[in-house]
Write a protein that binds this ligand. Structure first.
Ligand SMILES: [Zn+2]
Length: 470
């Protein structure tokens, strides 16, 4: 996101209430629509129209002011492969805390006796993150939850016609009555409470807004929107959150399933529309294909405001956290995973490699060093370029001229046309070329001499092999 200079934006005195006060933070009455408030001075026409000036809607954005509710130990338990014993849950909770998420959400203590005991055990760890548990909108569950020592309770009930008809079979009047009872009970225990609908995007908008308004009035801390079936697109998410932002003053949480691959984009749009809390899980694990992945969301928000995200989270801890969860659920981290996928910072094409070596920002929006990782410039392939090879020559402290590097690059391409060369293959070639030049045996363009030197090197190393093996 381009930083916006607010200093020149006009101040509008009549900003409607209702839509500010996000996270208790008063937004200044700046609407940024230049030239529309009638106070612009005609003497400075250049200032009257600025297409890049912030728009009113920009001040709703919480892209640089959000909390993560990490649900690996709740939603993640619904992942097909997941079975977390107590020890694993504690390890994951500690790793999430070390990363710096603001909230850790746990499976309902009403689910099983072990779930209840684990919930108590995690509450006793004294983590910095607040501990939440996720329950059905039911007094029986609420009574068990408040006794576990959690900092807050996330209450959920289905509001779509599908869920009302085929799941719990209750009408909106019953849902509202129960919600009020549960919320008032949890609040009376002095802990946070969130009320969320389920399958929000297929619920009746009037029903939704009216129940959210009701629970907001009785002092719920957050209302939650859930794309339980993963059907929403970014624009729908923006519109619903934006509408909700106009009718409630409490915080807004969003829970997004990833069935169509939109979960990260949807989370970003939710923040832009004024949501304050985003649900995630490590690697996105959850029911079906899961929810917004923590690492992917962090990548997306880092791209928008790196300083804010770096200050908030221990980014180098991400890889270890993902490896821990991947191992626990017996999957591997996908190659295309943002930040930690094995090729996330690998640069291959010659043109890319050259620019990366001059200035990494040319092709990197994320800095690997901020995540405790390093970039890798791949050079043993037919798309390689001599600038990338030169950088490797320098790393190996070999002394070759640019013409010699171009000459050896042509050989790398020739070999890579047959098969991709490993870094070791390339290093060997560079060393053989270099010693040929040093000894005076090899001159520019003498491909047959180079082939002979390479062959000699190969047979010498094969001769050494049995000795090395013994
Ligand atoms: Zn879910």
């Amino acid at each position: 996101m381009v930083p916006i200079d607010l200093s020149s934006a006009p101040v509008h005195p009549h900003v409607p209430n209702g839509v500010n006060g996000v996270n208790g933070k008063k937004l200044n009455g700046v609407n940024g629509v230049n030239g529309t408030n009638g106070h612009a001075t005609p003497k400075s026409p250049a200032k009257q129209f600025n297409p890049y000036a912030p728009r009113y809607a920009d001040f709703l954005s919480n892209v640089s002011n959000f909390n993560i509710i990490e649900s690996t130990l709740r939603e993640g338990e619904q992942f097909a492969n997941a079975f977390f014993d107590t020890e694993t849950k504690i390890k994951i909770a500690k790793a999430l805390d070390a990363f710096g998420v603001e909230y850790i959400e746990l499976t309902s203590p009403a689910a099983s006796e072990q779930s209840r005991a684990d919930c108590e055990a995690i509450c006793k760890l004294g983590l910095r993150a607040k501990i939440l548990t996720h329950i059905r909108c039911h007094m029986d569950d609420a009574r068990i939850a408040v006794e576990t020592g959690v900092d807050g309770v996330d209450v959920v009930i289905g509001t779509s016609s599908f869920l009302r008809e085929f799941s719990h079979g209750k009408d909106m009047a019953y849902i509202t009555r129960t919600a009020i009872e549960v919320i008032e009970f949890v609040k009376s225990k002095g802990i946070e409470v969130r009320f969320s609908s389920e399958d929000s995007f297929r619920s009746d908008l009037v029903d939704l807004l009216s129940i959210y308004q009701t629970v907001d009035k009785i002092g719920v801390n957050r209302v939650g929107i859930a794309d339980t079936v993963g059907c929403a697109n970014p624009r729908q998410v923006y519109d619903l959150v934006r509408t909700l932002r106009g009718v409630v003053s409490c915080d807004i949480e969003i829970h997004l399933h990833n069935d169509t691959g939109c979960a990260i984009a949807n989370a970003f749009c939710a923040l832009e529309a004024g949501a304050t809390h985003i649900d995630t899980s490590v690697l996105g694990i959850g029911e079906r294909v899961g929810i917004t992945p923590l690492g992917g969301l962090v990548a997306c928000l880092y791209a928008a405001n790196p300083e804010y995200v770096k200050a908030k989270y221990n980014l180098p801890a991400l890889r270890e956290l993902e490896n821990l969860v991947a191992e626990a659920v017996e999957v591997s981290v996908p190659f295309c995973n943002p930040i930690t996928g094995y090729c996330a910072f690998t640069h291959k094409a010659g043109i890319h490699a050259k620019a990366i070596l001059n200035n990494p920002s040319t092709y990197e929006i994320l800095k690997p060093e901020d995540f405790g990782l390093t970039r890798y410039v791949s050079i043993g392939h037919r798309l390689t370029g001599w600038n990338a090879v030169k950088s490797r020559v320098e790393q190996l402290q070999l002394n070759l001229t640019d013409d010699q590097i171009k000459d050896v690059t042509a050989k790398i391409k020739e070999l890579a046309d047959v098969r991709t060369q490993s870094m070791e293959d390339v290093d060997t070639l560079l060393r053989v070329y270099h010693s040929g030049v040093e000894s005076g045996e090899l001159e520019l363009g003498q491909r047959h001499v180079l082939d002979r030197l390479l062959e000699k090197h190969r047979s010498q190393s094969q001769e050494r092999m049995p000795a090395a093996a013994a």
